[in-house]
Structure formats: C-alpha cells, structure tokens
Design a protein around this ligand. Structure first.
Ligand SMILES: Nc1ncnc2c1ncn2[C@@H]1O[C@H](COP(=O)(O)OP(=O)(O)OP(=O)(O)O)[C@@H](O)[C@H]1O
Ligand code: SF4
Ligand SMILES: [Mg+2]
Length: 394
C-alpha cells in the first residue's frame, strides 16, 4: 500500500508542474521531511515569494574624497502590480538604491545586506545570471533619457538591442516587437527610423520606457522618469506607466523628488533622507498626514490650490541635505528640523512602526512622532479659501 506521504508528495509535484517557476520555488520551500523521513507539505501556510525584498541594504562608494555611505540600511518590499514611490531631495541616495538593485554600480562600490528578486539573491548572483536578469527580470528607465540613448543609432535599433541580446529571435521578429512596443508607449511606428535628436524630451522618455519593457521584466524602476518634462507631458507619461503596471501586473519603483506626483501615482511611498528611509506608508496618507518633519517639509513645498496664505508664502526647508561623508550626529535631520529636541542631537532614531490612529501602517524614524507627539504645530487660523472671482482678479 502506498504511503500517504508519498501521495501528498506526488500531488504537490503534479501541482508544481502546472505553476510558474517562481511560484514553484515557494511551494518547494514549504516542504519539510515528516517524522518518518518522507516529504509532505508543511502545515504552515505557503508564503508567496515577494517580487522584491530589500533588507538592511548599505551602499558605500569609495572615491578619491573618501568613503561615501550613500545608502544606509534600507529595507523595503514590493509585490507584482504595486508601485512604490521613493522621494527625497537631491543626493539622498535614490539613484544609488535603484542602481544597487541590479548591481549597476562601479565594482569598487561596497554593497551589504540583501536584495532578493523573485527569491534570488542579487548580491550573490553570478555574472552570467545577473546579465540575464537585467532587462528580463528587472529594468531601469534611467534619469535623463536625453543623455542615455546613443545619438548615432536609430531608435528602433536601440529598442531591438536587448531583445536580440536576451532572446533567441530573428531580426524580423525583433523589428516586429519594436513596432509593438512603440505602439504601446504611444509613438508611431515610423519613429523607429529616427535618431534621438529628432525626438522631444517626452518622446525620448517614451522610448526609454519601451526599452525597459522590451524583454517583459517583472520589475521596472523609473528613476525621475518625468522630472525633465512639462506638466502635460509628465501627466501623459505617468498615465502610461500606471497603465503598464495595471495591464502587465509588473511591480514599479517610481523615484522622484516630487512627493505630490508620488502620492497620486503610487500605492506606497518611502521618503529618504541622508541614505535612510525616514518615513514609509500608504502614499496618500504620507502626503496628507506626514509623520516625520522632513516629509512634512516636502509636502508643504507644494501650495494648496485655493489657500491664499500658501499662495503668498510657499513653505520651504532651510539649509541643505548633509554630505553623506560627513553626517551630523544623532538624527541626521536635526540641524534643519524645526521641532528638534535635545536627544535628537545624540540619538539616531530607528525606523519604527507607529501606532497610527487611522490604523494605516506607518513607519517613521522621528523621536517626536514615536513618542506620539504632533510633528507640526496646528495652524493658527484655518486657511482662507479664495473665491473664484478673487482668483481671477488681476
Ligand atoms: N560614483 C560615486 N562616487 C562617490 N559618491 C557618489 C557616487 N555617485 C553618487 N555619489 C554620492 O552619493 C550620494 C547619493 O547620490 P544619488 O545619485 O544616489 O542621489 P539622488 O538621491 O539620486 O540625487 P538626485 O535627486 O540629484 O538624482 C550623493 O552624495 C552623491 O554625491
Ligand atoms: S528625531 Fe528629532 S531631529 Fe529628527 S526628525 Fe524627529 S524631531 Fe526632528
Ligand atoms: Mg538620482
């Protein structure tokens, strides 16, 4: 008579053969030997492998001016069909984080921690596997599309390159895919014959997105993909990205210094300062009700339509972000923080989940917020609403 455990084992093998590779890994990881030595599914619930898990990531550049700790202990995760925004001022480590995910940094750069893409540890990946994962597993829309494309090659050639490199397809098939991709990003097929200088900034950004999609990656990292564009084109490109996430069920990391753009287009937002995530939570909540003074400053930099006071006096943040090679002690934000208290000078606060009243999961690394105190003083008066007539007055 057949051992019940073997039946269970065969059933799992049968099911595993019918599911996708990455899910298969999850099922097999959940198997453990039973007391009699056979294998059977563990009683524990199968936990699906996240699309991306970054744990305690540190990235340190070693340059002629010394050691630059650009990313200092970032932890975040992403599921398929989700968009996470990464916000922060210039130099806070956003692009370094993006490039670390695919190990696109100079070999002298030190990376520690874990980057797990569909269950595979990127930091210990062999070179050949890493090359395969770039474009097919994850791809990047680089900051500054105008400078990334080769000026001497036609657009179509440049989009076809990763397809020909990663997939065994004929030139004709690659050309057909190029036209399909151009159509998906809203560009006419004849643009394939153009050189980069014949396209506008918004069109080049679309070409970069087409390239990022060329090998059907599961993760797309958009590093300031819309920053150089006017608001109309920016809105078009953002709509395009949102549609691609929805239709293809990809995960997206959207990097921007513009918190309002991230709030409108992402599920979650991580706000970075001096190489660390200082606040993370549901995108709209982080923007509307910040729980870290730095996020509050970023959010207040955008005037509220109809608020006369905000219109006349947009709030900024004094000072500059710190040099990563010479960080302040304690909370790195303390020299600029309007509500800093004495312990902030000496104690570096960890990122902790707050007991938030609305019940949303919110992480903050502010000592004041962690103590449950407000991080912004209540406004003295309610904002004055400006009537439509007043708004139109000269
Ligand atoms: N190759 C490098 N060698 C040494 N330091 C570097 C290198 N690349 C970046 N840095 C430093 O690392 C820090 C983070 O840079 P990064 O480009 O990640 O910032 P960012 O948040 O993307 O800024 P921006 O919004 O301007 O693009 C900065 O202080 C930068 O000067
Ligand atoms: S820990 Fe202190 S310095 Fe840092 S953000 Fe909070 S109040 Fe400001
Ligand atoms: Mg950058």
């Amino acid at each position: 008579m057949e051992h019940g455990g073997n039946v269970g084992w065969r059933l799992v093998v049968h099911l595993a053969a019918r599911i996708h590779d990455h899910d298969r890994r999850t099922v097999f990881q959940s198997l453990r030997p039973c007391a009699r030595g056979c294998h059977q599914p563990a009683a524990t619930k199968v936990r699906p492998v996240s699309l991306l898990e970054i744990r305690d990531l540190h990235v340190t550049y070693h340059s002629s001016r010394g050691t630059v700790p650009a990313v200092r202990g970032v932890t975040l995760s992403l599921e398929p069909g989700q968009t996470i925004g990464v916000a922060g001022e210039s130099g806070c480590g956003k692009s370094t984080l993006a490039q670390a995910i695919l190990r696109l940094l100079h070999p002298s750069t030190e990376l520690t921690g874990e980057i797990v893409l569909r269950g595979e540890d990127v930091l210990s990946m062999r070179w050949g596997r890493l090359r395969a994962v770039r474009w097919t597993g994850a791809s990047i829309v680089f900051q500054g599309a105008m400078h990334v494309l080769n000026p001497a090659h036609r657009i179509g050639q440049q989009i076809a390159e990763p397809i020909l490199l990663h997939e065994k397809v004929s030139g004709g098939e690659a050309d057909r895919r190029v036209l399909e991709l151009l159509d998906q990003v809203g560009l006419p097929s004849w643009r394939a014959e153009n050189h980069p200088h014949e396209l506008s900034g918004g069109q080049l950004q679309r070409v970069m997105i087409a390239m990022a999609l060329a090998c059907n990656p599961e993760l797309i990292i958009a590093d300031e993909a819309t920053t150089a564009l006017d608001v109309m084109v920016q809105a078009q490109v953002l709509r395009l990205l949102a549609r691609l996430v929805r239709d293809r069920n990809v995960g997206m990391i959207m990097i921007s210094h513009d918190l309002s753009v991230l709030s409108d287009n992402c599920d979650r937002v991580a706000v970075m300062y001096a190489g660390k995530v200082v606040e993370m939570g549901a995108a709209h909540d982080v923007f509307a009700d910040p729980r870290h003074p730095y996020t509050e400053a970023l959010a207040s930099a955008f005037p509220v339509v109809g608020d006369r006071q905000a219109r006349g006096r947009p709030r900024g943040l004094a000072g500059d972000p710190p040099d990563p090679s010479d960080l302040p002690t304690g909370c790195t934000f303390h020299p600029r923080c309007p509500i800093a208290v004495e312990p902030c000078r000496t104690t570096e606060p960890p990122l902790l989940t707050l007991n938030h009243a609305q019940g949303d999961q919110r992480d903050s690394s502010c000592l004041v917020a962690q103590a449950g105190d407000p991080i912004r003083p209540a406004p003295a008066t309610e904002p004055t609403r400006v009537t439509e007539l007043e708004e139109c007055a000269p």
